[in-house]
Design a binder for this molecule. Structure first.
Ligand code: SF4
Length: 256
């Protein structure tokens, strides 16, 4: 365990994060990233409740699961392992949904046709400006209303294994506002983005660019490039890479 002191939103708490044992790949740092995210969002949610803002996310609401979801390559590899372990009928259904999603993206022009090079990004009509390009692809993606391949009956079918970015996102506004990307949904503040921390750690520790990809490309990436995350590191190296990759509004102090 690694004890860290988390100071954010005016509150300080110490928490134990599980340090991966022995040597392993960066995928082993996911339990720590998930715990940190859980603690962070619990604190932020309580602060919002004190202001009279209650989380309105409910079971069987998958509105945000039709957004473009960027995940770290660490999680792409983890999701591929989750799918590989599914019983065959379920796995086949999930793989089919990935295929359908990618076909829709190709048909829309957001994704180039498959070639010898693994695809890692969507195609923006906006050239040069990164923010404008993100805005363009995220709007066009949402307009297609492609459900995440893991969404079943409007619920996440891999809840325990869902990416960190899915754990970071909660809203306190009318759920109807989530039906539009510019609907004015009010999200619970996130003092840092552990999902980005994972991506930056993958780039720093394993030199994998780009370290963040759309969830819909996760399986394709893992099959073609998952081996790039095969390098092993000590638990301390991985934890340091992850914690040092977080950009906080406030400080995160090691106490042990
Ligand atoms: S992984 Fe689960 S929570 Fe995340 S977008 Fe997909 S269905 Fe939604």
């Amino acid at each position: 365990m690694r004890k860290v002191r988390l100071t954010m939103l005016g509150a300080t708490r110490e928490l134990d994060l599980p340090v991966p044992g022995g040597q392993g790949s960066l995928v082993n740092v996911l339990p720590a990233a998930r715990k940190l995210t859980h603690e962070m969002m619990s604190l932020s949610t309580r602060r919002e409740a004190e202001r009279g803002l209650k989380v309105s996310c409910k079971a069987a609401c998958g509105a945000c699961c039709r957004q473009l979801v960027p995940i770290s390559v660490v999680e792409a590899k983890s999701l591929a392992a989750v799918v590989a372990k599914m019983p065959k009928p379920r796995r086949d259904a999930v793989l089919r949904r990935f295929e359908v999603a990618l076909a829709k993206l190709e048909a829309s022009g957001l994704l180039p046709p498959i070639s010898s090079e693994p695809r890692t990004a969507l195609v923006s009509a906006e050239e040069g400006d990164e923010a404008a390009a993100w805005d363009d692809v995220s709007h066009r993606y949402f307009a297609l209303q492609i459900a995440c391949p893991f969404l079943e009956k409007e619920s996440c079918s891999i809840y325990e294994d869902r990416p960190v970015i899915c754990r970071e996102y909660l809203v306190t506004s009318d759920p109807a506002l989530c039906g539009s990307i510019d609907g004015g949904a009010r999200s619970v503040p996130r003092p840092t983005f552990p999902s980005r921390g994972l991506a930056v750690a993958a780039e720093r520790l394993d030199g994998v660019p780009p370290s963040s990809i759309p969830l819909t490309l996760a399986l394709e990436w893992a099959e073609a490039r998952g081996h790039e995350l095969a390098a092993t590191h000590t638990g301390t190296e991985m934890m340091n890479a992850f914690l040092d990759s977080l950009v906080w509004g406030e400080e995160l102090d090691d106490v042990e």
